[in-house]
Design a protein around this ligand. Structure first.
Ligand SMILES: [Zn+2]
Length: 208
């Protein structure tokens, strides 16, 4: 399934959770945004071993890096002391600048390192773990660990930490359900998928 479809299902998930919890318009907007992002997150592995076999457009990874940099800036404005805000904004801006300058394959790995650094700087556990997630996703092969139960559990834990940090109900549910929706949409049981996902890694590498 393509990115647009994954994003749409993720957005719908955020909207459904917001409706169930009867959230304010602002919270609804946040949940829809988080659902959209979470619906796309498993495919952060496109930079992995797929390269070399399929030439992936450089613009895609660059756009991802820039979106993450922008999110980092927005989040920094919202959280922490003035010094932490400035540091977060600096790292986010640096990520945007570096990603537009560098023309190489390891862009997502560098982005992950940037997020990790931002998390350490802001002392945000979810951000540190998300940085680790991006680094791992940028190394493993496409539709492997990020599309498995282990990957889901790791992301759900990040979502839980994010919910605590933002103090917004529904963040954990939205992110986790949107992530799972991506895996279901990628499964071989659906007629339009030629390839499936390795859901039970590392115990079994059978495609489901
Ligand atoms: Zn996928």
């Amino acid at each position: 399934m393509n990115g647009t479809a994954h994003a749409a299902i993720g957005a719908a998930t955020g909207f459904a959770v917001a409706n169930t919890l009867q959230t304010t318009p602002t919270t609804t907007l946040i949940l829809v945004s988080l659902g959209t992002i979470s619906g796309l997150v498993p495919d952060l592995d496109i930079d992995g071993k797929l390269r070399g076999r399929i030439t992936l457009s450089h613009t895609v990874t660059r756009t991802i890096a820039q979106i993450i940099g922008t999110m980092m800036i927005l989040y920094s404005l919202y959280e922490g002391t003035l010094e932490e805000k400035l540091r977060g904004i600096g790292i986010g801006a640096l990520m945007i600048i570096i990603s537009s300058l560098i023309k190489q394959k390891h862009m997502l790995t560098i982005t992950g390192a940037g997020v990790l650094l931002g998390g350490v700087s802001l002392q945000e556990m979810w951000m540190i773990l998300f940085g680790v997630y991006i680094i791992i996703a940028s190394i493993v092969s496409h539709r492997s660990y990020t599309h498995s139960i282990i990957g889901t559990a790791f992301f759900a834990y990040i979502a839980l930490k994010l919910e605590f940090s933002l103090s917004i109900d529904g963040v954990f549910l939205t992110c986790t359900i949107a992530y799972i929706s991506h895996l279901i949409a990628d499964m071989k049981i659906l007629p339009f998928n030629k390839r499936g996902i390795k859901l039970f890694l590392p115990i079994s590498s059978k495609e489901i």
